[in-house]
Design a protein around this ligand. Structure first.
Ligand code: GLU
Length: 431
């Protein structure tokens, strides 16, 4: 990771401060998380060994409503990272105007080295550790990196066991059978695809056949790839931790998706070892080339979509970037130093707090359905997602165009900071 993500988030706020209509005292308040809980999690693994894990939950700001944000399981989790991600959730929920604040949780672990049983025990122990600070009206976790509907089911069950009755709305991103909503799994990828379409409309460019490189083929990257492919864009490269696949004529996104869903790595797909029947013998698709993740970032494409970890576009590689636009599906992929260089080069960046907000928007729709004890069909959820992310996109563009701001991130931040600051001003200081 290039920079400290928390410092990066503060630097993004500082960049926006000169344009934002926010009282300086309130602005200073917004730089500090409300609280962060650190929990020690001893877990007896399936191997019989006891391993002691460390986890966090940061509640960054609740002026606009209950805290909201995912939980990630990853070796690079740290208190600073969780606090940065909780800050980004605060600006994201404000920008897309959800009645929420921002939070984030994380456990330092390598999920690939844990069995399903180990993951269940770790999740339950983590939930027990943070259960006094979460709740349907207080703080509502959701999936993030390496967590999924099953993880949310274990969290919901653990919380409910202590309460003595089922509390589906304590988490979002649940399986459908226990109160999940249709459309949540692909929501972040769908939002990325919708925002990319909007960006092309704004730039007066055709998305059909536009070349797209996507770093990361997890839940967000793979769904964005599939939906952009369906919209007529040409996905030419994607990657996972093992490496990247590149074909200037376009990748067989469906075959790649089937391969990865079956547990395969991109490296194996490129080598042809495990390529599924959809790709084999189909003359439309050439064999992709193996390139590195670093090479993927500098491909000469119309759109680059970082959809993995933070801090990948930095001062070290920004001059080598050749994409004409960037859509940030990951949280915090661009450092402030790189941002300034991209602005100078007139490369449009749709910031993370807008581009990847589809996930939390549909989380909100799930939470609302749980509160109403009523469920909506997929079409209703997708239409509401499109309406909400489209409105946030239009508001960001309007702010950018009318206020003469340097870039879209500054436009998005001024809106988010002003909304959050207004909530603080109306509520005033306690006591
Ligand atoms: N983890 C996702 C994010 O970073 C979704 C959070 C949520 O749904 O609460 O936006």
């Amino acid at each position: 990771m290039a920079d400290d993500p928390f410092e990066n988030m503060l630097a993004q706020m500082d960049r926006a401060e000169e344009y934002a209509d926010v009282d300086h005292g309130v602005f200073e308040r917004l730089k500090h998380p409300e609280r962060t809980l650190k929990v020690t999690l001893p877990v007896e693994l399936e191997s019989g060994e006891v391993e002691v894990f460390e986890g966090y939950r940061c509640q960054f700001d609740s002026a606009r409503g209950p805290f909201k944000g995912g939980v990630r399981f990853h070796p690079s989790v740290s208190q600073r990272e969780v606090e940065a991600l909780a800050g980004w959730m605060t600006w994201k929920t404000a920008l897309v105007d959800l009645p929420y604040g921002g939070a984030k949780g994380g456990v330092i672990c390598e999920p690939k080295e844990l069995t399903d049983r180990d993951l269940e025990r770790l999740t339950r122990r983590y939930t027990e550790g943070i259960r006094r600070m979460i709740g349907p009206e207080v703080d509502v976790p959701a999936p993030d990196m390496n967590t999924n509907p099953q993880t949310m089911a274990w969290m919901m069950d653990t919380y409910s066991m202590y309460e003595g009755y089922s509390v589906p709305q304590v988490v979002t991103g649940k399986p459908l059978e226990i109160g999940g909503t249709p459309g949540r799994v692909e929501a972040t990828g769908r939002g990325v695809s919708l925002v990319t379409e909007r960006l092309f409309e704004y730039l007066d460019r055709e998305l059909t056949d536009a070349t797209v490189a996507i770093q990361g083929f997890g839940n967000v990257g793979s769904n964005a790839a599939r939906l952009l492919d369906e919209s007529g864009a040409n996905v030419v490269a994607t990657s996972d931790v093992s490496g990247a696949a590149y074909d200037p004529d376009g990748l067989d996104v469906a075959a790649l998706g089937a391969h990865v869903d079956a547990g395969g790595l991109i490296e194996e797909y490129v080598a042809g070892d495990l390529r599924g029947s959809a790709g084999e013998g189909d003359s439309r698709w050439d064999d992709p080339d193996a390139i590195t993740n670093a090479e993927l970032l500098t491909l000469d494409v119309d759109v680059l979509i970082p959809a993995a970890v933070e801090g990948v576009i930095t001062a070290d590689n920004v001059d080598d970037l050749r994409a004409s636009a960037i859509v940030e599906a990951a949280n915090g992929p661009t450092t402030v130093a790189a941002d300034k260089a991209l602005t100078e080069r007139d490369i449009q960046v749709v910031p993370d707090i807008l581009a990847n907000a589809g996930g939390v928007i549909v989380s909100y729709l799930e939470w609302v359905q749980n509160a109403q004890e009523f469920s909506w069909p997929l079409e209703t959820v997708n239409a509401e997602l499109e309406r909400r992310i489209g409105t946030a996109f239009d508001e960001t563009i309007e702010q950018y165009d009318t206020e003469g701001l340097p870039d879209l991130r500054t436009a998005a931040y001024t809106l988010a900071l002003e909304r959050t600051a207004k909530a603080h001003e109306y509520r005033g200081l306690f006591p």
